[in-house]
Design a protein around this ligand. Structure first.
Ligand SMILES: Cc1cc2nc3c(=O)[nH]c(=O)nc-3n(C[C@H](O)[C@H](O)[C@H](O)COP(=O)(O)OP(=O)(O)OC[C@H]3O[C@@H](n4cnc5c(N)ncnc54)[C@H](O)[C@@H]3O)c2cc1C
Length: 563
């Protein structure tokens, strides 16, 4: 990409033989829906599995999910074909259609499976599953639990199942710094990861297969719905290990995030609008009516841009969500109601101030639906991956579904593909720190997040994107050449790398497509392509979008081709 960002293979110096060694068949980096589902599948096939998670399990993006899991039980009210259609429309010409078909077709079975594992979905009086509706969906097919606590319940069910398996060890509070490869050469396989634990220090975790399930990059933006740990570590470490990273320009902004200065950016689920909440401007006008056929339920990028435009017109920092006419807001959305009440807001009686925030990382490590990447031994799933399901914009509630479907497939592939392996090679990372002075890490982190929000946000221009690319390259010059000894520093280094990838991808895409909205472009550029970035290449490779209905297979490097 650029010399500075691409320079280092590892974040820290180490000698593998001097560190404690741990061995397993399948290493899963990440304990959210994708990682846990992969671990369950690999363990069921008899693999010895380790799951690493740097954050507590109640602080994964998965745990924070509110709206639900999308899926179709074929019948009069809905069809898989309609789900496919809605996903393709949201994806704005950049979905790989075969992947969309496979994921949507697997939705009903995935929902049944987790229900059988004990997921307490909300049900109607007659016991049938209660399906909600969200933006971009033409039918009610979003299944939820605890009203707005789907993520908490899903995380509980998967974690319980993982913990019940004698084949899985879960290492909490364990930070993966980098994936191990025997050399820096193209096609060198991933053999596990270098990790850091506050009590045990650095360790080498050797694995026959490594599944990256480390989630997204929301924290590179000042305004985000994501938890503190969504710092894009996995995408950064995969890139350093030679993995192809695609479509990073596409960051989905959620339109309705509580805007109370000084408060954490609490998401107000799309399901609230699905149940009838309105968006009002300062004059009390429902500005989405007439702006889009689906009014408040238009795709997220459309609603986010309409809000940004309305805020620009009227001044101030927010518009309003009106829930006052809804039946039993607190009963249907107990978690959101409690969060609002912590800020002295009662949605049943007053308007709620909201504005958009970065929500979902659509791009990621290029992988097929079995998690295969171009790097042998490395699988990528969930929000860290880019499988082609979401195209240029994710359809609401498709990500938990993808985590379940791709997680299971990658877990199977990783377990089956875990060969015998030979003994670990000796690996030396011999980097020297720069002789430049101390660094105020908090300042770099907040400058990066502000720059990304202002220059690479909901609305973009070539000039602002190029400014962002230059600014980030400058900060990278004196931040990426340092050696830190704790996660705070490594996270900032990873965020700078991935922020640069997002800004460069957005500058490269001289078009308006999905959630990438260039004010200085007219529409989508044809033919549509995935932009694929590799360490050491200044320019991205354009990869064709698969519209032939086949899911595609990523072939591990040697030649680095996607068939
Ligand atoms: C507020 C909110 C609401 C949402 N609502 C919905 C919804 O209703 N429906 C839907 O489909 N999607 C929703 N999403 C999106 C969805 O939750 C995520 O896309 C999905 O949960 C991602 O799952 P994952 O397993 O890929 O990653 P995550 O659940 O984010 O898990 C990532 C894991 O990786 C670990 N990790 C990261 N870096 C490292 C490292 N360096 N070392 C070790 N471990 C590491 C983390 O600790 C964590 O365990 C929502 C997201 C948010 C933020």
């Amino acid at each position: 990409m650029s010399a500075v960002v691409d320079e280092r293979r590892y974040l820290i110096p180490f000698r593998s033989t001097l560190l404690p060694q741990i061995f397993c068949d399948v290493l899963v980096i990440g304990g959210g829906v994708a990682g846990m589902r992969a671990a369950i599948e690999a363990a069921d096939r008899g693999a010895d599995v380790i799951v690493l998670t740097k954050s507590p399990l109640d602080r994964t993006n998965t745990s924070w999910a509110q709206g639900g899991v999308a899926g179709v039980f074929e019948g009069a009210a809905d069809t898989v074909e309609a789900h496919v259609h809605d996903t393709l429309v949201a994806g704005a010409g950049l979905c790989d259609e075969g992947v969309v078909r496979e994921v949507c077709s697997a939705g009903g079975a995935a929902l049944e499976e987790i229900a059988a594992w004990g997921m307490r979905f909300d049900r109607d009086g007659d016991g049938t599953l209660n399906a909600g509706r969200e933006g971009g969906h033409s039918a009610s097919r979003v299944y939820h639990a605890g009203g707005d606590a789907t993520g908490v319940e899903l995380q509980r069910v998967l974690t319980d199942r993982v913990r019940a398996s004698e084949h899985v060890r879960v290492f909490l509070d364990c930070f993966a710094l980098d994936m191990i490869t025997p050399s820096d050469a193209e096609g060198a396989p991933v053999l596990g990861a270098v990790t850091h634990h506050p009590r045990f220090g650095l360790q080498m975790v050797w694995a026959k297969s490594t599944v990256l399930a480390s989630g997204g990059a929301g924290q590179v933006y000042r305004e985000t719905t994501n938890p503190r740990g969504a710092t894009a570590d996995g995408i950064a470490m995969a890139y350093r290990a030679g993995a192809a990273v695609a479509d990073m320009a596409f960051v989905q902004f959620h339109p309705t995030v509580l805007y109370v200065p000084g408060a954490a950016r609490t998401l107000i689920s799309e399901a609230v609008r699905g149940e009838g909440a309105h968006l009002l401007d300062d004059a009390g006008e429902r500005f989405m009516v007439g702006a889009h056929d689906l009014a408040e339920l238009a795709p997220r990028d459309v609603v986010s841009r309409a809000i940004v435009a309305r805020i620009a017109d009227q001044g101030g920092g927010n518009v309003w969500l009106d829930c006052r006419h809804m039946d039993s807001f607190a009963g249907r959305f107990p978690g959101i109601d409690a969060a609002l009440k912590r800020f002295g807001l009662d949605a049943a009686r007053e308007l709620v101030p909201i504005h958009p925030a970065a929500h979902y990382t659509v791009g990621g490590v290029r992988a097929d639906l079995d998690g295969r990447t171009n790097v042998p031994g490395l699988y990528a799933v969930g929000e860290a991956s880019c499988t082609g399901l979401h195209g240029a914009n994710r359809l609401a509630s498709n990500s938990l579904l993808e985590g379940l479907v791709a997680g299971a497939r990658a877990g199977a592939m990783a377990a089956d593909g875990a060969g015998n392996g030979s003994g670990p090679p000796k690996i030396v990372s011999d980097i020297r720190p720069s002789d430049q002075g101390e660094l105020d890490l908090i300042d770099v982190r907040s400058s990066l997040r502000s720059a990304m929000w202002k220059n690479v946000g909901v609305e973009r221009t070539g000039a602002k994107l190029r400014d962002a690319v230059e600014m980030l390259a400058f900060w990278a010059r004196y931040t990426l050449d340092k050696i830190f000894d704790d996660p705070e520093g490594w996270e900032v280094q990873n965020m700078l790398l991935v922020g640069s990838l997002i800004a460069r991808s957005a500058a490269h895409r001289d078009e308006r497509r999905g959630c990438h909205w260039r004010l200085d472009a007219d529409g989508p550029a044809e033919p549509a392509h995935h932009d694929v970035w590799r360490r050491g290449s200044a320019e991205p490779r354009a990869e064709r979008v698969r519209t032939d209905g086949t899911p595609g297979v990523v072939v591990p490097d040697r030649a680095g081709v996607r068939k």
